[in-house]
Design a protein around this ligand. Structure first.
Ligand code: ZN
Length: 675
């Protein structure tokens, strides 16, 4: 016999149903249309009790906490929480969370759901929200790496029936409508399963906003930022001692076996972090024909799998250099000079064909990797190893024709050709670079919402199971709509993009929604135009910004964009909320406007060296300095920043350089003070 919380859905239910039925009849008689609904709160009073599974599960408990926190914010009322089987009196309906016996009794089995998917069901006057809730053994309870299916069910419930929205990752970025009632339809029976198992690493670290919008890692994944050699080497032995005893595990570069760079925590924060992880030397290049290369990697990944990880990323050190020893050289014809010439990595933009026939495949990496994968598959058949198809391994192996089923390919380039070239790998994930400040657009809009939606759908259609998202989250004023569309479509690619956007503009800019919709549509239109001028070759020369800004934002476009911003401002003069979000957008657009004018005037000056052009360029540069000073001054107003400037620290840190690599300004004329 199932044990259900006392008085939840048995004898008392008949009674309650009778009362409800009567109420409906009475209300209908009075001419008030009353939909059939299950109330959690009505007239400001609790009408339901949250019921947790008898066995404690920290992920399900978090779902209860969030549900109660938001129900209270909406209605001012909290629901009481009991554990299944406890002898406590209930109020009204039950909201069964997670894997309960009552849920099982009505046919809910969370184990059948994909990743952190969930199911909602209303049955006999009770609501069930059940998803897979797994705290991974090697992760803290509050880690972004966890399977929180029930919590996702709670967030989606709050969105659908409470009208709650998480537009921005700040306390002011949440929309929580107040009501005396919180109810769900009593016909509810609905299942959701996400398109991706994970979206990492920046979007998943922004608190409630991340969780509520589905930015999380729902598998126990070890990400090594694409590069695992340093970790594997340090796990094997101390690199310096190893090198002193027998340096042959290290690659021959320029005729000599070389150790990786010694870390300097004083100079680089990333070095300090690496030292905390036990790394002393980084960027180690290895001799992959060395007899220890395979066992070293097998040992490291075995350790990760023993710790509890289910998936782990594999990759050679970045800035790859091949080993010049005779044995390695006999394995292929890889030449990283070809890499420097961008034969491996010509194009970050997948619209352009990025497959390079005739470029040699790095068999020295692929062939030993096959051995590593096979040995791991024999030891851990349920665990996955994820090599990154990037830089030397962008081109697939010609020698390895079939991969064991534990291999998941992480594609750094996602053109159709790559999907075809890696058709012999069952599962794929992607490493995407949609919003990085190393792009020519620097700190102006890099990718808008419509392109985001197309990209997400394209990857879903190609069976991509997870996303490593490099860059992004520092530009909410200009990219907020794209981030929001990303969140919604990455969870459910069938969402209507225009509806999602309308909801965003209305929720954030309120009375200024119409001009802001036009503003964002226009600015998004400009990105490909700027990119075309910047040159499509990625990292060809670091001069892209010169081409980008003036082409993306010519005077007539800037005039239209400013016109829309002014119209928007006029619409929200008495609305502090919308005015503050508008101010963020205006500030971030102003930066692009100033940078564009600096380049325009500088070009004029280059043409005729007229004092007037020089003066105009100097004036725009002064505006640029004033902008940066203004940003620095904002640091005094912490309350403003914490509420109305999401990721301000990232933005403020990036603004002086304008970005890096192709997006960097301060190393270019005239931003470097030279004409
Ligand atoms: Zn070698």
């Amino acid at each position: 016999m199932m044990r259900v919380p006392r008085r939840c859905n048995s004898a008392l239910m008949t009674n309650r149903w009778f009362v409800t039925a009567l109420a409906v009849v009475l209300l209908t008689a009075a001419g008030v249309r009353q939909g059939h609904a299950l109330d959690l709160v009505r007239d400001g009073r609790a009408r339901a009790t949250i019921v947790l599974p008898a066995e404690r599960n920290p992920m399900t408990e978090q779902a209860a906490e969030y549900l109660n926190r938001y129900v209270e914010r909406i209605t001012g009322t909290k629901l009481s929480v009991v554990r299944e089987g406890a002898n406590q009196a209930q109020t009204g309906s039950c909201v069964f969370l997670g894997d309960t016996q009552a849920g099982r009794a009505v046919g809910l089995d969370p184990a059948t759901l994909k990743w952190d998917g969930f199911r909602w069901k209303v049955k006999s006057g009770n609501l069930y929200i059940a998803g897979r809730d797994i705290k991974f053994p090697n992760q803290a309870a509050d880690s972004y790496i966890a399977c929180r299916g029930t919590l996702m069910g709670v967030f989606r419930l709050l969105e659908e029936f409470g009208g709650v929205r998480w537009f921005m990752p700040t306390p002011k970025g949440e929309l929580v409508p107040v009501s005396t009632r919180f109810a769900v339809p009593d016909t509810l029976d609905h299942k959701e399963e996400p398109a991706f198992a994970y979206i990492t690493p920046g979007f998943d670290r922004l608190g409630h906003w991340s969780r509520a919008n589905g930015f999380r890692v729902a598998i126990n994944l070890k990400i090594n930022s694409g590069h695992s050699w340093d970790e594997a080497l340090h796990n094997w032995d101390d690199p310096e001692e190893l090198y002193a005893e027998d340096p042959t595990l290290f690659a021959v570069i320029g005729g000599k076996r070389r150790l990786g760079r010694k870390l300097d925590p004083e100079k680089r924060i990333t070095d300090a972090w690496a030292i905390q992880r036990g790394i002393t030397r980084s960027g180690n290049m290895l001799c992959t024909s060395h007899p220890d290369y395979v066992p070293m990697n097998v040992a490291y990944f075995s350790r990760l799998f023993d710790e509890g990880y289910d998936w782990a990323e594999f990759g050679a050190s970045d800035g790859f250099h091949r080993c010049e020893c005779a044995k390695c050289e006999a394995m292929d014809h890889v030449d990283e000079i070809a890499g420097n010439k961008r034969a491996f990595w010509t194009e970050a933009d997948w619209d352009v064909d990025a497959m390079h026939e005739g470029v040699p495949s790095a068999e020295r990496l692929w062939v030993p990797f096959l051995e590593i994968a096979k040995q791991l598959y024999a030891k851990y058949p349920d665990k996955r190893i994820m090599p990154i198809a990037y830089s030397p391994t962008l081109i697939p192996s010609q020698k390895v024709k079939a991969w064991p089923p534990n291999v998941v390919m992480e594609l750094a380039s996602q053109s159709e050709k790559y999907f075809k070239a890696y058709a012999n790998v069952a599962d794929k994930t992607a490493y995407v670079y949609w919003w990085g400040s190393a792009q020519p657009a620097g700190l102006s809009l890099r990718m808008g919402p419509h392109r985001t939606a197309r990209n997400v759908r394209y990857l879903v259609e190609h069976g991509v199971k997870g996303l490593y998202v490099c860059g992004g989250t520092e530009l909410f004023g200009l990219e907020g709509p794209a981030y929001y569309v990303f969140a919604k479509l990455a969870w459910d690619p069938n969402r209507d993009v225009e509806k999602v956007l309308d909801e965003y503009y209305a929720g954030v800019y309120r009375a200024a929604a119409a001009p802001m919709k036009q503003f964002f549509a226009l600015i998004e239109e400009r990105v490909p135009i700027g990119m075309k001028q910047a040159g499509t070759r990625y990292a060809k020369k670091q001069e892209h910004v010169y081409g980008y800004y003036p082409a993306a934002y010519p005077p007539e476009v800037r005039k239209r964009l400013w016109g829309l911003l002014h119209e928007a401002k006029a619409a929200v003069t008495s609305d502090e909320y919308a005015a503050n979000w508008l101010a963020l957008t205006e500030r971030q657009f102003r930066f692009a406007d100033i940078v564009t004018r600096v380049f325009e005037h500088y070009r004029d000056w280059l043409k005729d060296k007229s004092p007037a052009a020089r003066q105009a360029a100097e004036a725009a540069l002064a505006e640029h300095r004033a902008f940066l000073e203004e940003l620095t001054a904002l640091k005094a107003d912490r309350a403003y920043l914490e509420n109305w400037f999401p990721q301000w620290n990232k933005y403020v840190r990036l603004a002086p350089t304008g970005g890096n690599l192709n997006g960097q300004l301060n190393n270019k004329k005239p931003f470097n003070g030279k004409f």
